[in-house]
Design a protein around this ligand. Structure first.
Ligand SMILES: [Zn+2]
Length: 142
């Protein structure tokens, strides 16, 4: 590979990494509460589409955030850990996954899910819609 090719590759890699971090930050802004607000506002079904149960759960995750943009996956922190690191340094967000696991982390390739606790049915929502909704909501608030 020529030096020129290498530098093009590095530039592309850096661009992808930067973009992926931007997407990651946006994904982690969507708290379970915001996601539920989004679903209600959009008129999404509040019952399982398979069995009709109302026992639906949105999986959520917690990270410890260092230096504003370094996310460390954290299994539910206890009182002592919250006191040690500061509550403001933890983010709680709707667990997300890639739609196509072989593709990069982009807005259009990410999804949230809602699980039915009765029959196990899993409903998927494109994360991009919730992220866009939240961005618009923030823009209105100013
Ligand atoms: Zn169900």
């Amino acid at each position: 590979m020529s030096d020129e090719d290498k530098s093009i590759n590095n530039a592309a890699d850096n661009y992808i990494k930067k973009h992926a971090l931007k997407v990651e930050i946006a994904l982690k802004e969507i708290t379970p509460q915001l996601f539920s607000e989004f679903l209600i506002e959009r008129g999404a079904s509040q019952i399982c589409l398979s069995c009709g149960s109302v026992d639906l759960v949105v999986p959520e995750s917690t990270d410890l955030v260092m230096e504003g943009d370094k996310f460390i996956p954290y299994a539910s922190p206890d009182e002592n850990e919250i006191a040690e690191f500061g509550a403001e340094n933890f983010v709680n967000y709707v667990t997300y996954s890639k739609i196509d696991a072989d593709r990069t982390l982009t807005y259009s390739n990410m999804q949230y899910s809602v699980h039915c606790m009765n029959c196990g049915f899993i409903i998927h929502y494109k994360a991009a819609n919730a992220i866009k909704w939240y961005a618009d909501k923030k823009a209105v608030k100013g």
